[in-house]
Each structure stands twice: as structure tokens, then as C-alpha cells.
Design a protein around this ligand. Structure first.
Ligand code: HEC
Length: 130
């Protein structure tokens, strides 16, 4: 699954860039370097996928775990899980398949879909420091 996503992403991005240029529309997010995805949907997805069982997220009420690191301020971190440069693509890869990046990590693959991961990444990058 990860392999297919990796191979497909540049093509989709290229297509989008072409459409933006052709239509002369400069207000799409692809133009600004912002990660694609809808932060509001991402917050809900964090709940649905059970991320909150292990991660603290500032501003989100309810029981929150501390098995994994708190996710507040993650946009300012240089690396993800101590190894990967912190970019939207790498953050998506980590969420889709943590074991592909670090086979020994305690974070499980919770089955996030390619459709949902952009929203989750967009949301994570909005999080303030706690
Ligand atoms: C069973 C507990 C558990 C669940 C569920 C879980 N994680 Fe994690 N997560 C961890 C642990 C443990 C780490 C630290 C991994 C490491 O450093 O090897 C981690 C690391 C991370 C990191 C990197 C944090 C950093 O500071 O580098 C992100 C981002 C992350 N998780 C997001 C998520 C998202 C999004 C979900 C839900 C889709 C999720 N996690 C579900 C346990 C969990």
C-alpha cells in the first residue's frame, strides 16, 4: 500500500500543478506550500482512529494517553519519531506505516487510509505547543 502511495503522489501533484497553471487560479493550497487536507476533519479522525489513546493533543477534551509523545507543537519539530525529517509527506508516511520507518517502534499501524491521512497531517500542523 505504501509503495503504491509513494509512486502515485508525484503524479497527482504534477496533475494538480498543471491544472492550477492552466486555469490561472492561484488561490489553491498547492500554490502556497501548505499541506493539503482539512484540519477540521483531521481532528475528528484522530478520535476515530484512536490516536488519542496514546497521544496528548492540546485543546482536545476527553481521556488522553501518554504512551506516545504529546503532539502539540509538532510543526516546529525538526524530526518525526527522532529519525525522519519533518515534512508533510514524511509525516503522512509515518502515520500510514510506522513500522516501515522504524520496525521497532511502539506506535502501531492503526489502518489510516490514504484518503484520510492528508486531513490528519493538516490538523497536526495546526497544533500549538501545550
Ligand atoms: C498504541 C499507542 C499509539 C497509537 C494508537 C498511536 N500512536 Fe503515534 N506514537 C506512539 C509512540 C509510542 C510513538 C513514539 C514512536 C517512536 O519514537 O518510535 C508515536 C509517535 C508518533 C508521532 C511522532 C511524534 C514525534 O514527536 O516525533 C506522530 C506524529 C504520531 N505518533 C501520530 C499518531 C497518529 C496521527 C495516530 C493515529 C492515527 C497515532 N499516532 C496513534 C504510540 C501510538
Amino acid at each position: 500500500m505504501t509503495g503504491r502511495w509513494r509512486a502515485g503522489a508525484p503524479t497527482a501533484a504534477g496533475l494538480l500543478a498543471g491544472i492550477v497553471v492552466l486555469s490561472g487560479c492561484s488561490s489553491l493550497t498547492e500554490d502556497t506550500g501548505e499541506p493539503p487536507g482539512a484540519p477540521q476533519a483531521g481532528q475528528e479522525l484522530l478520535r476515530e482512529y484512536g490516536c488519542l489513546a496514546c497521544h496528548q493533543v492540546p485543546g482536545v477534551p476527553g481521556p488522553q494517553g501518554s504512551v506516545g509523545p504529546p503532539l502539540g507543537g509538532i510543526a516546529d519539530r525538526r524530526t518525526i519519531a527522532g529519525s525522519l525529517p519533518n515534512t508533510p509527506d514524511n509525516l503522512a508516511l509515518w502515520i500510514l506505516a510506522p513500522q516501515e520507518i522504524n520496525p521497532d517502534t511502539l506506535m502501531p499501524d492503526v489502518g489510516v487510509t490514504v484518503e484520510d491521512v492528508d486531513d490528519i497531517v493538516a490538523y497536526l500542523y495546526t497544533l500549538e505547543h501545550p
